[in-house]
Design a protein. Structure first.
Length: 646
């Protein structure tokens, strides 16, 4: 069988961080004979070479190439390309990992759309990744119709024949931004690029020790020398005009203006940020015409103008003001409706913790001259933000806590100006309602609700909350399409999260009272604190003294008031003993989970009746208490012995 995908992994001293990468490669859903992984060891000095040799000896999908250290990732990737046998090559860093179906999904999507480049959805664990690019699938994307230029890391799938046809390889040696040069040329010369956004293919990881190569402080002179090479690629393959300005704007925005804004700038030592500012000033003056900065957001335009004018102190002062600007998102409603969870909230920006205000009758005015001081710059940003309020947006994303995978939820919103100061100033408020369909979420996990607000010169995110305890909406867990999802408020911060793996007391089953449960003949009826949109098939497990029985049941909306009515047929009326019931809300799941219910059923002549949960006897409770006391005493003795040993 021909190899479909060759995964190329440059390796240098990853230590244990490579294990997640290896495991994800071995778990791929693509058949084993249809892909290969090529580890190019760039002169590692830790235990990695031996680990990789052992891996290759036991797994025929894994290949290892050893070479002397080249200083950066360009040469190892090029060596991997030359050794690759696959129709496509996929680049993965040694401290990142893939989704289990990444290779199969990306390859199939690329073939279906005849793509030279396939970009899979990314999740960033403690590091940034593109967000807008993965709002939806783009089967035929270009730098003009999609924000491809926001994604210049190499973690993509490239058709090997395309790379050979145009002679594209990575710049080699100890240098920065070699991926920008490579990926930019690929974007500009590919016949088609496809973006797969409905499955997380790539997990981009920031190490706990922050020792990833991309997080090391760089030499500004060398960095911006290398950045100019990416700009050269754009000039080589585009004509002067709007498209070139749009592409150049990416580097001005991300690599320059954003480095000179807010807390990011203020966190740097003064001597280093002065050196950084000097090199950025040179590039701005040398390479960018007025059309590049004109397309930036207002705050970025101010930073670019002050930088071009070589006004370092004003850039720092503007950063000090902007460091206090942050979004706030206040929840209003959280309720189940027609099988979906409806989440209402308001969002606006605050400065120094207070809602920001803006001129009531602002009009857009181009920034034709550099502001004379920071006060004028702040005033212009405020007026532009108010004038652009018609373009402001609010989104709600659900971000999985364990993996950082995130998904946009459908949102409807309105824009509202709230008058303050006798109408001369206004607050700019977005009122939104998001609709969450549990059936559309990947199974399991805890999902944090994150609000993303675009307003004026800012695109920032915050958690949805805090919600005051006294006024928090508290909907029950919902059971939709065989999935249980529990909306809850985190402690102590009061932010909204969704638990898609909750069971037992977490689902509120502890609130079920004996009066909510009845047995009539072989029919069990129980009112449970759950939401269901309609009749839902469930399973009931009954256990007693090592015996167990399973029966089918149905959850239906309670005829009166909130809750769900459980109806199940019990086993034989001759059953003896005390039975503990547990409820499975997703009986067809690969690994069914059961929530223990807070009552018991006891066999009596003629059938079963509801009884309290059996409690341990007096003697058993005394034995348990004695064991706890003895255990605590033994711990204190050992602690004293250890402290003397020190």
């Amino acid at each position: 069988m021909p190899v479909k995908v060759s995964v190329i992994i440059p390796v240098y001293n990853p230590g244990t961080y490579i294990e997640d990468c290896i495991s994800s490669l071995q778990r791929q859903s693509l058949p084993p004979d249809e892909y290969e992984a090529i580890f190019v060891d760039d002169g590692s000095t830790d235990e990695t070479p031996a680990r990789l040799d052992a891996l290759a000896a036991e797994d025929p999908r894994m290949r290892v190439i050893h070479q002397e250290n080249s200083g950066w990732s360009g040469k190892p990737r090029n060596v991997g390309i030359e050794a690759a046998r696959g129709e496509y090559v996929m680049f993965v860093d040694n401290d990142d990992y893939l989704g289990d179906e990444a290779l199969e999904r990306m390859y199939d999507y690329g073939v279906a759309n005849d793509a030279d480049v396939v970009i899979g959805k990314m999740a960033g664990k403690n590091r940034g990744v593109p967000v807008e690019l993965f709002r939806r699938n783009h089967p035929r994307a270009t730098v003009d119709n999609a924000p491809l230029i926001d994604s210049l890391t190499p973690h993509k799938m490239f058709r090997r024949a395309f790379l050979d046809r145009i002679g594209l390889r990575f710049p080699e040696g100890r240098r920065r931004l070699e991926d920008h040069v490579f990926v930019t040329e690929a974007f500009l010369r590919a016949d088609n690029i496809s973006v797969l956004s409905d499955y997380v293919c790539y997990y981009h990881i920031r190490r706990d020790d922050a020792s990833n190569a991309g997080f090391q402080r760089f030499d500004p002179v060398g960095y911006f020398t290398n950045l100019r090479e990416a700009l050269d690629v754009v000039e080589r393959y585009t004509e002067p005009g709007p498209l070139r300005d749009k592409l150049f704007r990416r580097w001005l925005r991300v690599e320059m203006a954003e480095r000179l804004r807010g807390r990011r700038l203020l966190a740097l030592p003064d001597d280093y940020r002065r050196e950084l500012f000097t090199e950025i000033h040179k590039v701005v003056v040398e390479r960018f015409g007025p059309g590049v900065a004109a397309g930036l957001q207002p705050t970025q335009q101010v930073v670019a103008a002050l930088t071009a004018a070589d006004r370092y102190d004003d850039v720092v002062s503007f950063a000090e003001w902007e460091a206090g600007v942050a979004p706030q998102a206040a929840p209003r409603t959280v309720e189940w409706d027609g099988g979906t969870l409806r989440i209402g909230f308001t969002a606006e920006y605050a400065s120094a913790g207070e809602p920001m205000t803006f001129p009531a009758d602002a009009a857009r005015t181009p920034l034709e001259d550099t502001p004379k001081d920071v006060s004028e710059a702040v005033a212009w940003v405020g007026a532009e933000t108010a004038a652009r309020f018609g373009q402001a947006t609010a989104d709600l994303l659900l971000r999985e806590r364990a993996s950082a995978a995130q998904y946009f939820q459908p949102v409807e919103f309105t824009r509202e100006t709230v008058a303050v100061d006798d109408g001369e100033q206004v607050r700019l408020v977005l009122r939104a309602t998001a609709t969450v369909d549990p059936a559309a979420l990947p199974e399991g996990g805890v999902w944090d609700a994150v609000v993303r607000v675009k307003l004026g010169g800012w695109t920032k995110e915050c958690r949805l909350g805090p919600a005051p305890r006294a006024s928090r909406p508290t909907p029950p867990a919902g059971v939709v399409d065989g999935r249980a999802v529990l909306p809850y408020w985190t402690e102590p911060h009061g932010n909204l999260s969704l638990d898609a793996s909750a069971d037992g007391k977490r689902l509120g089953m502890g609130r079920v009272r004996r009066s909510d449960v009845t047995v009539s003949g072989d029919r069990l009826t129980a009112l449970l604190p759950l939401y269901v949109p309609g009749d839902t098939e469930v399973r009931l497990r009954l256990t007693s003294a090592g015996r167990s029985a399973h029966v089918s049941g149905t959850l239906s909306p309670a005829p009166e008031g909130p809750g769900a009515l459980l109806v199940a047929r019990l086993p034989s009326a001759r059953a003896r003993g005390t039975w503990r019931p547990a409820l499975c809300l997703a009986p067809d799941a690969a690994e069914p989970r059961f929530a223990v219910l807070p009552f018991a059923l006891r066999g009596v002549p003629g059938g079963l009746r509801v009884v309290p949960v059996p409690q341990p006897g007096v003697v058993r409770r005394l034995v348990r208490r004695a064991r706890r006391v003895l255990g605590a005493a033994r711990g204190k003795v050992m602690s004293g012995v250890n402290s003397k040993g020190r």
